[in-house]
Each structure stands twice: as structure tokens, then as C-alpha cells.
Design a protein around this ligand. Structure first.
Ligand code: PEP
Length: 247
């Protein structure tokens, strides 16, 4: 497997001044691929400031153009310099009604624009306690496969983000994460997907737990929310990815 990938998800945070300071303090490091997914209005600013760190967006329309007020297409994101687009984040699913099928269509729209969808999957606490983790994650992945096909899967990054770990300060244990990542790897193999698809872990990754998580064999990097807004924390997480990378 290649270098690890660490992606910051700024969510609904930022200002021109704050972004400039944050990006200025988060320079590219050798030995890890870094990206930041910023709010739409800041794409141009971030594109002009980032050097060696990829740009991404946090959601996208499933449509290419037309009478869809407020929507932003993958083609527009490509034109703004994005490489990555997060789709199916649990906050989009829970707060904005995005269902599995819509997430699949969004992933397909991102691939259509030759960008890389970061497809978020993960179970709620109730689903975990009911022993339904892979039933839920498998259903979410099935919807993506139905939209993008096996070939499309080769262009996708998967982010396993247990809902109970996002923004709670309670990350999955490294073994818990590894177990699900390995199960996702098996799901991919069982469905004929090519090898080498990256599986990121997301959910309360911090400077002090990143190394343990990244040491797991099937954890190919991280999707980082809160800690990506603090330069020294994000950089420490990126350094942990280098230390636990394969090359
Ligand atoms: C996220 O928003 O994808 C996330 C993982 O958030 P946090 O790191 O804050 O839990």
C-alpha cells in the first residue's frame, strides 16, 4: 500500500483570516498525502494558498447542471481545483436526509468529473450494540456499488466513520477499527473490487491516538474533523501517518 492519506474535514468552520493562518501552518510533509475539505466559498482561497496539500469539498450535487437552486456540481468542484469530495458523511445522512441511494449517485457524479469520492460509511451506537455493524456498512457499500459499478470502486476512497465516534471524543479502539476495516476489505474482495482501495478511519482521531490507529494493517489513513482545525494537532496526526506508513 502507498503512503497514508490524511484528510481534514473543516465542516462549517472558517473565515478568510482563519483559513489563511491555518493553511499557512499546515505545510505539506514528505511521506504522507494530505488534503483538506473546505466549505464551498473558500475553495478559491484554499486553492490559491495550498501547496502540496490536495483540495477537497465536503459534499456535492448528484446533478451536473440545471434547475437545482443551491446545488454545486462535481464539474464545478473540479474546475475549482478539487481532487477529493466527501460523500455520505453521517452529518449529511442524519441532518440533510441523504439516503444510501443518493450517496451512491453522488459518488458516481464525483467519478464522472474525474475526482475522488471519499465515501463515508459507519454504524450508529444502537446498530453496533445490536451486532449489526457489517450489515449496515455492507448496505451502505452495496448502494455505492450499485451506482458506480465494480470499475468505479477502484476510484473511490472509503472512510469508516462510526457515527458514535464523530465529534464525541470517543474514538474507536484500534482493534475495533481494524476489525471493521478488515471486514470492509473482505467485502471489497468478495465483490470483485481491485486491490489497493484506501480505507480511512474517521471519528475523534487526535494527536494522541492517531499512531495507534494508523499502525493497524488495514487503516490507510484518517478523515479528521475537529483536530484538522488546529494546525499543530493536524500536523501531529500527519506525522503519525508518516511514522506508520509503508514507505
Ligand atoms: C468527521 O467529521 O468526519 C470527523 C471524523 O470528525 P471528528 O474528527 O471531529 O470526530
Amino acid at each position: 500500500m502507498a503512503q497514508k492519506l490524511v484528510v481534514g474535514n473543516w465542516k462549517l468552520n472558517g473565515s478568510l483570516a482563519a483559513n489563511e493562518a491555518l493553511i499557512g501552518a499546515c505545510g505539506a510533509l514528505a511521506g504522507v498525502e494530505m488534503a483538506v475539505c473546505v466549505p464551498f466559498p473558500y475553495l478559491a482561497q484554499a486553492a490559491s494558498l495550498l501547496a502540496g496539500v490536495a483540495l477537497g469539498a465536503q459534499t456535492v450535487s448528484e446533478f451536473q447542471s440545471g434547475a437545482y437552486t443551491g446545488e454545486v456540481s462535481a464539474e464545478m468542484l473540479a474546475e475549482m481545483g478539487c481532487r477529493y469530495v466527501i460523500v455520505g458523511h453521517s452529518e449529511r445522512r442524519a441532518l440533510f436526509g441523504e439516503d444510501d441511494a443518493a450517496v451512491g449517485r453522488k459518488a458516481q457524479s464525483v467519478l464522472r468529473a474525474e475526482l475522488v469520492p471519499i465515501v463515508c460509511v459507519g454504524e450508529s451506537l444502537a446498530e453496533r450494540e445490536a451486532g449489526r455493524v457489517m450489515e449496515v456498512v455492507g448496505r451502505q457499500l452495496d448502494a455505492v456499488l450499485a451506482s458506480v459499478g465494480v470499475q468505479g470502486l477502484s476510484g473511490v476512497v472509503i472512510a469508516y466513520e462510526p457515527v458514535w465516534a464523530i465529534g464525541t471524543g470517543r474514538a474507536a479502539g484500534a482493534d475495533e477499527a481494524q476489525e471493521v476495516h478488515a471486514a470492509i476489505r473482505r467485502w471489497l474482495a468478495d465483490h470483485g473490487a481491485p486491490k489497493g482501495i484506501r480505507i480511512l478511519y474517521g471519528g475523534s482521531v487526535k494527536a494522541d491516538n492517531a499512531a495507534t490507529l494508523f499502525a493497524m494493517p488495514d487503516v490507510d489513513g484518517g478523515l479528521i474533523g475537529g483536530a484538522s482545525l488546529v494546525a499543530q494537532d493536524f500536523m501531529a496526526i500527519c506525522r503519525a501517518a508518516i511514522a506508520n506508513g509503508d514507505d
